[in-house]
Design a protein around this ligand. Structure first.
Ligand SMILES: Cc1cc2nc3c(=O)[nH]c(=O)nc-3n(C[C@H](O)[C@H](O)[C@H](O)COP(=O)(O)OP(=O)(O)OC[C@H]3O[C@@H](n4cnc5c(N)ncnc54)[C@H](O)[C@@H]3O)c2cc1C
Length: 163
């Protein structure tokens, strides 16, 4: 790219994570003269505060998750990439993706959440249900499918009893 072209190129902001922090950062850059790329390993934003309600059967999974792409579709300067970031090459200003690709950035926002801490007692991991672990999400998924099965069961039984 020529020096002139480089001067005209917009600043590339890469955001790792499309959760609370990543979405908010992208949204706040809506009117900025930058190109924003949100990278998340999942295609959806999970509204974690409502996970308990999913586990309790008061809400379904779809009520607490929304596609990141859909959330940012009205933001012309933002694009979304589904990939896992495996490394950050600070020297080259690139994030490394699980498929081996590299993504250039001028500014990087790291908003990839946290992990459950067991305060030095990693053995507790096997006997607890960490809020941020996939086991919690599987529990929610299991609760949700059990509910769907019950609903579907009711639906299929109804015609039989009325007929
Ligand atoms: C059960 C529960 C209830 C909660 N209730 C409340 C509440 O009532 N009020 C409140 O204020 N807060 C609550 N929180 C906390 C709140 O959800 C978190 O503080 C908030 O989600 C943190 O935002 P974040 O952007 O840092 O991370 P997250 O929202 O977790 O988002 C991180 C994103 O990064 C992605 N990611 C991670 N690593 C990578 C990678 N290597 N490559 C690509 N993508 C990656 C993840 O897929 C995820 O989408 C609750 C949390 C939980 C678990």
């Amino acid at each position: 790219m020529s020096a002139d072209g480089a001067a005209r190129r917009r600043r590339r902001v890469v955001i790792i994570g499309g959760g609370f922090g990543g979405y908010e950062a992208a949204h706040r850059l809506k009117k900025a003269d930058v190109d924003v790329t949100v990278v998340d390993r999942k295609n959806h934003h999970l509204f974690q505060p409502l996970i308990y309600q999913v586990a309790a059967g008061a809400l379904s999974e779809g009520d607490v998750a929304a596609p990141v792409r859909a959330m940012l579709k009205r933001q012309p300067n933002a694009s979304v990439l589904m990939a896992e970031v495996t490394d950050i090459d600070v020297t080259r200003r690139q994030v490394v993706l699980d498929r081996g690709e590299r993504l250039d950035y001028d500014s990087l926002i790291v908003a990839c959440g946290g992990a459950t801490s067991y305060f030095g007692h990693d053995e507790w991991r096997d006997v607890t249900c960490g809020r941020r672990r996939s086991r919690m999400h599987s529990t929610c998924a299991a609760a949700s499918s059990a509910r769907s099965r019950r609903r579907n069961g009711r639906r299929t039984r109804r015609p039989a009893t009325s007929g």
